[in-house]
Design a protein around this ligand. Structure first.
Ligand code: GN1
Ligand code: MG
Length: 380
């Protein structure tokens, strides 16, 4: 099957899953950097919608375990919502559901060496590539907090580590060093800038892993990729209703998630901009996102968790820049690139964001202290 076969191959693939009716259409969906994603609609009135994806097996080497993790958290969250539902009022909360293969009931379909799966689409909701308002920022934060809250009592060892080294910054640095050693020919002003930027932050890179090694931070179930475009907001109420893109769910530090959410929400220019001067870390957005997060998640944060929030914000933007830059040096082998230099441009954006975070170190510390006091047990 190819992507340009007129869609018949894709329709046949969608029909291999246990859908309630014939497939009406299959269209490309979203802006993912790793997997191929399509929206499937079925015939009937009303027709139903689904998300069909071909997993990138260069990234996800055990896609069967990716699906096992999605099923595990689906079951866990389903039980929690049925038992003591923390979702009240007009808010609904959903988790995309796995649709099984028609032929053998498995959670995926393999065709040749391709691995496909189909999930339900979260209806009457949409996501954004950049945050457009204070309410949206708060809701994206709240959505991540609620997601963490709902899986906070799932023992992390029940989830497989499907991406070893994911968000382990020193491992990315080691990989960068190896790539750099064989990419001596990749030069240019931006490359030199990025190299110097990384060198200046080498000592900072292990900050979260050191805290983990000392037992200050403990692995928990995480989403792994809670960027703003993965949080669905209800089209009518604007409330967060789901986190999608669950492939990276695995054991990890919640700081990866918090840092990732903030680095994506607080850059008003978005991560794809080519206008570097428009990139900055917006403090008010940070207050809104973190405030929303804590409103749902403060109950299970420890003092050490709070102590490492600031580092997490700085680290994850730096780390993503490092990952993009390494991929540029390696010849765009990991992140999908739309044009030559795309991953270098993305790296420059994340490094500019990191610099903005560093320049506002004192203000971010004060903001975290403020929110922490507000959410301390005595004030709850
Ligand atoms: C990748 O493919 P997508 O957009 O879901 C990446 C994330 C990055 C993100 C940056 C498995 O996610 O870690 O933060 O790009 N996912 C993986 O946009 O590496
Ligand atoms: Mg993802």
């Amino acid at each position: 099957m190819t992507l340009d076969d007129g869609g018949d191959g894709l329709k046949a693939m969608a029909a291999a899953f246990d859908l309630p009716g014939p497939v009406a259409s299959v269209e490309p969906l979203g802006s993912g950097n790793v997997n191929d994603t399509y929206q499937v609609s079925t015939e009937g009135s009303p027709g139903r919608r689904y998300v069909l994806q071909r997993l990138n097996q260069r990234v996800f080497r055990r896609p069967d375990l990716v699906m096992a993790n999605i099923l595990t958290i689906g079951e866990h969250v389903g039980k929690r919502l049925a038992r003591a539902c923390p979702v009240r009022g007009e808010r609904r909360w959903e988790l995309p559901q796995v649709v099984r293969a028609r032929r053998d009931g498995r959670a995926w379909v393999e065709r040749g060496d391709e691995f496909w799966r189909l999930l339900t689409f979260v209806e009457a909701a949409r996501s954004f590539d950049v945050v457009a308002s204070a309410d949206q920022a708060r809701e994206v934060g709240y959505g991540l907090g609620l997601f963490h809250h709902l899986i906070s009592d799932l023992p992390p060892e029940r989830l497989a580590d499907t991406l070893e080294g994911f968000h382990v910054t020193p491992s990315y640095l080691a990989h960068y060093d190896a790539v750099l050693a064989s990419a001596a020919g990749v030069t240019g002003t931006d490359v030199h800038h990025c190299r110097a930027f990384v060198e200046d932050r080498r000592d900072f890179a292990p900050v979260l892993e050191q805290a983990r090694a000392r037992g200050l931070l403990v692995p928990r179930p995480i989403h792994g990729d809670p960027k703003v475009s993965n949080v669905m907001l209800d089209v009518h109420t604007g409330l967060a209703v789901a986190l999608v893109d669950l492939d990276t769910v695995k054991p990890g530090l919640i700081h990866y998630d918090i840092g990732d959410c903030l680095r994506s929400c607080c850059n008003p220019a978005g991560e794809e901009t080519s206008d570097l001067d428009s990139v900055r870390f917006d403090l008010e957005r940070c207050r809104q996102v973190l405030g929303g997060y804590l409103a749902a998640a403060a109950g299970f944060l420890t003092d050490a968790d709070y102590d490492h929030l600031q580092s997490a914000i700085r680290l994850i933007s730096f780390e993503l820049g490092l990952r993009f830059f390494t991929d540029h040096l390696a010849g765009d082998v990991y992140f999908r690139a739309d044009h030559p230099g795309h991953n270098l441009q993305r790296a420059m954006v994340q490094f500019r964001l990191t610099r903005s975070i560093e320049a506002q170190e004192r203000q971010i510390a004060a903001l975290i202290a403020d929110l922490r006091a507000h959410h301390s047990p005595a004030c709850r």
